[in-house]
Design a protein around this ligand. Structure first.
Ligand SMILES: [Zn+2]
Length: 282
């Protein structure tokens, strides 16, 4: 069976000559298992063509989806975290920050920017779940507060895109202070008559839900997003009861009066633009 065994020994193929499918060419929906081309998935604003599952995406993707020609001015792009409590868990907090910066290419769990959405000015703050679970520490609170100051100074509506596990443990009390700080800024926007729209995406929980995420003039969400304060297990153990079906899904939360509407991500930009048309004369 000479055709079956390799006669020449030591044949080496250089890596660049190997024909392999490039990484990440295909996307598999974690909900229904449908396999799609990543290009198609991106064209559908990272939603499934079969079941409309909304994949979690980061600030870069939202900025690309929302801002005209992906043109925007990023605010406070270089701000990064200190270590006020000299906190150490399995790693020292500054080491964790540095490792996460390296892994994600981000400076913290929120990015803020000013650009145009269908020709209308909008300041957007968007959280990144990839940065320590989208946790809210001092940098997140400060960047949101400063972006709101920018909105106030230039009289531009504000969109907050939340995606967070809650407060950042490593900053303990300093994280909780961000709830009050951001809420106070939202009150100033309200006083100035500048719209504040809050988009809650999967997942929005903890101190973020308990502060700026639920304080919008409009609170809106994406389909199927998990929205809550404490997780279902904690609640079940506390109240000793089984929770209703669909508990803490965007649809459930809307039905119980906490959301104004749910928007498909493919229509997000146009829906925001027409909402601004109605509520904002600039
Ligand atoms: Zn699917």
């Amino acid at each position: 069976m000479s055709w079956f065994t390799r006669k020449d020994k030591g044949i080496q193929t250089p890596t660049e000559a190997k024909r392999e499918a490039p990484d990440g060419l295909w996307y598999k929906c974690p909900d229904c298992g449908k396999i799609m081309h990543t290009r198609e998935h991106k064209l559908l604003a990272y939603t499934c063509s079969n079941c409309n599952y909304h994949e979690r995406i980061g600030s870069q993707e939202y900025f690309e989806l929302l801002f005209d020609d992906t043109l925007y001015t990023e605010l406070d792009a270089k701000m990064s975290s200190g270590d006020p409590l000299h906190f150490t868990d399995t790693k020292a907090y500054p080491d964790r920050i540095r490792a996460t910066e390296k892994k994600t290419g981000l400076k913290d769990a929120v990015r803020t920017g000013h650009g145009k959405v269908n020709g209308r000015d909008l300041v957007v703050a968007c959280m990144d779940f990839g940065f320590i679970g989208g946790s809210m520490g001092s940098v997140v609170g400060e960047k949101i507060a400063r972006a709101m100051d920018y909105s106030l100074a230039h009289r531009i509506p504000f969109l907050m895109i939340s995606k967070s596990g809650g407060a950042r443990m490593m900053e303990a009390g300093f994280s909780l202070m961000q709830m009050a700080k951001t809420s106070a800024k939202i009150a100033l926007l309200d006083k100035a008559g500048i719209p504040y729209i809050s988009l809650l995406t999967d997942p929005t929980t903890g101190g973020v839900t308990a502060s700026f995420a639920m304080l919008g003039d409009f609170n809106i969400s994406e389909p199927g997003a998990l929205i809550g304060f404490a997780g279902p297990r904690v609640i079940r153990e506390t109240i000793g009861k089984d929770l209703p079906k669909g508990f803490q899904s965007a649809e459930f939360v809307q039905e119980h009066g906490f959301l104004d509407f749910i928007v498909d991500r493919k229509e997000l930009k146009d829906r925001l633009a027409s909402l601004l048309d109605i509520i904002w004369k600039g």
